[in-house]
Design a protein around this ligand. Structure first.
Ligand code: NAD
Ligand code: LMR
Length: 342
């Protein structure tokens, strides 16, 4: 009975002083493509963040219902919805982080590059609006082919005179999430402890997990390295084939994108210990864009973690050299598209 009394007292004093979840900061996040397969679960996960005060959902269709649904969750952020190009500027005003999962997903038999013709223009138009309305925001590009859409975004921002390479990110977190999961399964490790850096790009052989840098330190046979690397590189295709025409990864992608958003918000909030892999304008090698581990801070990329790329195994060094021509071609394709359609 005593413990019941104590609980009742605690509850009433909490409501008497208006106790609500503590919000340590308040950031606005916009999701462009919010009613899609990734957009919906991603919106839900971001709605759960204590760091978010405003969640701006934008799509060309069906976003009003998604927003009505989400707005009933009793978490701090206010959910606003915006439909179609006329409302895009309003969706972006005052936003700190913009996430772009707008565009078409793969079907079996397609490469990510097969999406270029559909998605390049979508990303270009959306990033133009970002440049005009929230040029200081962190921009997270999910739309494929990421190896080309990020260089397109960079060119658009340059043409608008607002390019800050420290704030433009291709989201490759899903590659890290997959690598961590597959390595933990294979080596019977506790999932929460495993961290595998994944570098390069986000398509086929350009996805390069650096298994020798796995934490906690673990040894692999040559066969394990080959099998794990190929599985991580083909994991997107594994999902595309399992979904058999109904799209590509959405739930695991939303989980990964939410992790990258949360890391960005923590960095914006002043946390000085935030590291993620992402595909960014890079200085770690001769390629102008490259995914590797970066340190995030209030102003975006604060540093590149070069140590991941030092002391690679022969397998990793060879794979790194082998991916460069494909990644370079994808970057050049994106830049050419952006400049042609100026
Ligand atoms: P989807 O078709 O389910 O959803 C896409 C959404 O984008 C739709 O709601 C659509 O209305 C919207 N959209 C289309 N044009 C738009 C525009 N101009 N402005 C705003 N919204 C627009 O697709 P999905 O499964 O959510 O995948 C989206 C993209 O993410 C695809 O290109 C896919 O290849 C990519 N993807 C990337 C990763 C990654 O790791 N980076 C992982 C999975 C999927
Ligand atoms: C993924 O890695 O799951 C995405 O890039 C989607 C795809 O087409 O594979």
């Amino acid at each position: 009975q005593n413990s019941f009394k104590t609980r009742a007292v605690k509850q009433s004093s909490a409501s008497a002083i208006g106790l609500r979840p503590k919000i340590s900061a308040s950031f606005n996040v916009a999701i462009l493509g919010a009613s899609g397969g990734i957009g919906q679960p991603l919106s839900l996960l971001i709605k759960m963040s204590p760091l978010v005060s405003g969640l701006h959902l934008y799509d060309i269709a069906n976003v009003k219902g998604v927003a009505a649904d989400l707005s009933h969750c009793n978490t701090p952020s206010e959910v606003l919805h915006f439909t179609g190009p006329d409302q895009l500027a309003a969706a972006l005003k005052g936003v700190n982080v913009v996430v772009i999962p707008a565009g078409v997903p793969r079907k079996p038999g397609m490469t990510r590059d097969d999406l270029f013709n559909m998605n390049a223009g979508i990303v270009k138009n959306l990033v133009e609006a970002v440049a005009d309305n929230c040029p200081g925001a962190f921009i997270h590009i999910i739309s494929n082919p990421v190896n080309s859409t990020v260089p397109i975004a960079a060119e658009v921002l340059k043409a608008k005179g607002v390019y800050d390479p420290k704030k433009l990110f291709g989201v490759t977190t899903l590659d890290v999430v997959r690598a961590n999961t597959f390595v933990a399964e294979k080596k019977n490790l506790k999932l929460i402890d495993v961290d595998v850096p994944v570098v390069g790009g986000h398509a086929g052989i350009t996805i390069l997990p650096l298994l020798s840098k796995t934490k906690p330190s673990v040894s692999f046979t040559d066969k394990e390295v080959e099998e794990l690397t190929v599985r991580i590189q083909n994991a997107g295709t594994e999902v595309v084939e399992a979904k058999a025409g109904a799209g590509s990864a959405t739930l695991s992608m939303a989980y990964a994108a939410a992790r990258f958003v949360e890391s960005s918000l923590r960095a914006l909030d002043g946390d000085t210990d935030v590291y993620e892999c992402a595909y960014v304008q890079s200085e770690v090698n001769e390629l102008p864009f490259f995914a590797s581990r970066i340190k995030l801070g209030k102003r975006g990329i604060e540093a590149f973690v070069n140590s991941d790329l030092q002391g690679l195994t022969d397998y990793e060094s060879n794979a790194l050299e082998a991916l460069k021509p494909e990644l370079k071609a994808s970057i050049e394709k994106g830049i050419a598209f952006a400049n042609k359609s100026k």
